[in-house]
Design a protein around this ligand. Structure first.
Ligand code: NAX
Length: 327
């Protein structure tokens, strides 16, 4: 018997990540080849993005995806999030020239407060929320702060792009296939302060530190390359990561619906690994049942790791203090 369709709401659906994402969801890459989906596409209430969204919906139709059972196009979040099982929050206000980070946080805060409230009011009882729009961790915290019905652990932010970047950097340095690299996790903020913790990673079953045998590279160029990869892509491509970001969101959700998967997501901190309680920080998790996870505990942190975590935690607590009056 075929499965009932799930409803997947996507904000910023006509943006560049949306354009790389929707076709993969509709093809089955995110929820599997036997799971039908209804896409509920939400855009900003302006002529240009809504016209672009209509074009994207036409292209989705033109793909004749067997799993795509419906498309909703709207600028009304109450319509877009209605009964959604997954809410993928990709849309956000970009940082304009000369704009202060505090202003960016506040402008996005308004969007994520509204979306958090509406999701809590109208989404499905089993709704899961994944935030991509930057500043992703703090936007996620803000949206979760508005929820009374949905528990905070349903709200996660994406650090998977950083994890994927780190995995490839380690594989290339070691000269191995990237599937040999395991247990590389991202701690903290999705920003250049994030910490790609290499100390517990393995390469072909051996500690990555032993295989790479170059601590200066791991602590220096490796962390820096991963942290500044987004800027390097903007410099090279003239616009920010889109296909790789969409791919990372496919991985984020796919891992979250796959029991036993081990991966990094940003979740509500309960004080573990040196993070303040109640910031949303990248952490290693293990998926328990589809859509649920537990944080993996017990990794020992050395002084270098502690200092990196302290720096990214400070950025997260600073971001929280910028928006404290909104929470
Ligand atoms: P685009 O500017 O191409 O698209 C964003 C879309 O969101 C636009 O179509 C805009 O109209 C829409 N939008 C704005 N406000 C909205 C609202 N209130 N409701 C619904 N739609 C709204 O950006 P894109 O390159 O797609 O990036 C989207 C977001 O992802 C940005 O905030 C970006 O910084 C962030 N990223 C996050 C990453 C991560 O790893 N967490 C990596 C990639 C990316 O930089």
């Amino acid at each position: 018997m075929s499965k009932a369709p799930i409803r997947v709401a996507v904000t910023g659906a006509a943006g560049q990540i949306g354009y790389a994402l929707l076709f993969r969801i509709a093809s089955g890459a995110m929820f599997g080849p036997d799971q039908p989906v209804i896409l509920q596409l939400i855009e900003a209430p302006f002529e240009k993005p809504l016209a672009a969204l209509a074009g994207v919906a036409m292209e989705l139709d033109d793909c004749a995806f067997p799993l795509l059972k419906g498309i909703v196009q709207t600028s009304d979040p109450a319509v877009g999030f209605k009964d959604a099982n997954w809410c993928l929050l990709v849309g956000a206000k970009p940082r304009g020239p000369g704009m202060e980070r505090a202003d960016l946080l506040k402008d996005n805060g308004k969007i994520f407060i509204e979306q958090g409230k509406i999701i809590d009011a109208v989404a499905a009882d089993d709704a899961r929320i994944a935030v991509v729009g930057n500043p992703a961790n703090t936007n996620c915290m803000i949206a979760a702060s508005q929820a009374k019905r949905l528990p905070a652990e349903r709200f996660t932010a994406m650090v998977r792009l950083d994890q994927n970047r780190a995995q490839t950097q380690l594989a290339q340095k070691a000269g191995v296939d990237l599937t040999e690299v395991k247990d590389i996790f991202i701690y903290g903020n999705h920003s250049p302060t994030m910490f790609p913790s290499f100390a517990h990673a393995t390469i072909a079953g051996k500690p990555a530190k032993e295989v790479i045998n170059d601590n200066a590279w791991l602590e220096g160029p490796f962390c820096e390359t991963v942290g500044k990869r987004g800027a390097a892509i903007i410099a090279a491509r003239g616009s920010s990561s889109a296909a790789s970001a969409a791919n990372a969101l496919v991985d984020h959700v796919r891992s979250l619906v796959t029991p036993g998967a081990i991966h990094s997501i940003a979740v509500k901190s309960n004080g573990l690994y040196g993070f303040d309680a109640n910031v949303w920080a990248g952490m290693p998790v293990r998926t328990t049942t589809a859509g649920s996870y537990e944080v993996i505990t017990g990794y020992e942190m050395d002084d270098f790791a502690k200092s990196k975590i302290a720096a990214t935690n400070k950025e997260l607590t600073d971001e929280r203090s910028f928006v404290a009056d909104m929470l």
